[in-house]
Design a protein. Structure first.
Length: 196
């Protein structure tokens, strides 16, 4: 995809989207145009991953200002965790996303959800970095926790990002055994696949 300012090409993006690209735009609080789209990183039966990409027309350039998870899904039995995450744009001035998400362990199809929530994240323009910055302090999810929904082998990140929740849930009889099973599976995986 090519982006123009008048008759001059200012950006070229190679975008993969299995279901067809939808390009959107809005005027930011400073009057500059922001364009955004989502890109598809994985798709299949019970598994997919899309990210939002936001760019701003700034000084005759199209600059990247935000990359945020739009939708991720990993269902039983395709992963060590079962997860769902979806962010939807609630408004654009300021940019506000509603995020709905859950996670459970893949012991069985009936595993209880130890995370099942939603939150709002509002983004403000930071002129110094020329990016949109999420106000995660006023939301129920952190950037590190959002990254645990990416379809990557990021179990160490998950354990660190949800450390307090995991420790608290070990005291709950409904979650104790699934957590211990999960931690054991992670330990075995890293011992088996370690190069050190």
């Amino acid at each position: 995809m090519y982006f123009f300012s008048g008759n001059k090409i200012i950006a070229k993006h190679n975008i993969y989207h299995r279901y067809g690209l939808e390009l959107e735009h809005y005027k930011d609080t400073d009057g500059r145009t922001v364009v955004y789209y989502k890109e598809n990183y994985g798709s299949g039966s019970g598994i997919w991953w899309f990210n939002f990409y936001f760019y701003k027309y700034y000084d005759n350039q199209l600059i990247p200002i935000l990359n945020e998870l739009e939708n991720a899904n990993l269902q039983f039995p395709w992963g060590i965790r079962v997860l769902w995450f979806e962010s939807t744009i609630q408004k654009t001035n300021p940019l506000t996303l509603k995020m709905v998400y859950y996670q459970t362990f893949s012991d069985s199809e009936e595993s209880p959800k130890f995370i099942n929530d939603s939150t709002i994240v509002q983004y403000t323009w930071d002129e110094k970095t020329k990016t949109l910055v999420g106000n995660y302090e006023k939301s129920k999810i952190s950037k590190a926790q959002i990254l645990t929904y990416y379809l990557e082998d990021n179990e160490i990140l998950f354990i660190n990002a949800y450390n307090e929740l995991l420790k608290n849930n070990l005291k709950d009889s409904m979650f104790r055994q699934p957590i211990l099973n999960y931690l054991n599976d992670v330990k075995n995986y890293y011992e088996t696949n370690s190069q050190y």
